[in-house]
Design a protein around this ligand. Sequence first.
Ligand code: FES
Length: 264
Amino acid sequence: GTPASKSTTMVTLTIDGESVSVPEGTSLMRAAAEAGVDIPRLCATDSLDAWGSCRMCLVEIDGRRGTPASCTTPAAEGLVVHTQTPRLKQLRRGVMELYVSDYPQERMTSPSDGDCKLHAMAAQVGLREVRYKAPESGGMTTHYEPQTADGKPNPQFLEVDTSNPYFQYDPAKCIACDLCVRACNDIQGTFALSMNGRGWDARMQPGMLDDNFLSSECVSCGACVQACPTGSLTEKSVLEIGLPNRTVLTTCAYCGVGCTFKAE
Ligand code: FES
């Protein structure tokens, strides 16, 4: 979920009808977990301060307008929180549908993606179909088809970056959740990655615009691979032997720190 609060002051609130007491400053997401309520999420972890980028963890609060992200909203005395209303379920399915609409469909059923959090979350929020069509159906152009429907080179095609000896990066699978960037910066202090572009074109970039992983400041610690919830960053040896893509806890023998980050 989200990092624990160190406050010694307790607040009591109600989440989906369950009363729960947590230290002041605890996120609603973490408080919900204390109450036995599992809120869908893609970009929240116990290791990093909440960022609120994926919008999967929305909740409703009695007396407040809107649907705030539970990972960035602190618990407060007397709050009455709802996590599973029909409106919230519809919003989550809509957000997930947009993520999946630009995700390589063949990888959604690949055994090597068995540990991909995106898959699990799509199932958890009940996504059954994607209404936004692929190019051959006259819909928008994807980032992972080398050619357009009429056989011309796809100007938006994104190649897989295989330059790093230990892992590879498929930008077409990036959902711009920022977890890899923050793992690189906030945990490792390497500052090799950043988020580039906006909206449809937003994705992680190693180094500067013309860099790949090998030419960037990346030290191959593997923290970004551990953080990635979508299989966009994948450890090479795992790919080769066909195991789930997030089972290896470090990507190199020498760094000594890449194995300390956990995405869950
Ligand atoms: Fe809260 Fe992503 S988990 S916005």
